[in-house]
Design a protein. Structure first.
Length: 129
């Protein structure tokens, strides 16, 4: 049994399968999930787990070379916008509709219980060397 890191076996296994350039969408409970990507749904109740908890947990496990969020997050959810700006210096912004389109190319979707708008980010995996 693992003693630290991500304990959810479905999520830990999905992360182990990722490679350089793969996309990982971390999304709120309301984001439409496109057909195709593997989905690990962590949502338990509204707000649990939070977007911030899942972002921090995944950033502890992944090498990230790029990230994309919706422009709308800045006005509609300043707390999530600050979190993303602090954690992801390479963050770019696109319209929410474009983020939804881009998410169809993700290899993995991790759904949180977040119940605030636009708490979504598409990470692009890097390589550790």
């Amino acid at each position: 049994m693992k003693k630290k890191g991500i304990l959810n076996r479905h999520l830990a296994g999905a992360l182990a399968e990722l490679g350089h350039g793969d996309g990982v969408l971390i999304c709120d409970a309301g984001m439409p999930i496109p057909p195709g990507p593997r989905v690990v749904d962590l949502a338990f109740r509204a707000g649990v787990p939070s977007f911030a908890e899942v972002v921090d947990g995944l950033l502890d496990e992944l090498v990230v070379e790029g990230a994309t969020a919706a422009h709308e997050v800045r006005k509609a959810n300043p707390e999530a916008a600050r979190l993303l700006d602090e954690r992801l210096p390479e963050l770019t912004h696109v319209p929410h509709e474009e983020l939804k389109s881009l998410s169809a190319g993700a290899r993995l979707v991790v759904r949180t219980g977040e119940a605030r708008p636009y708490a979504n980010v598409l990470l692009r995996c890097g390589v550790f060397f």
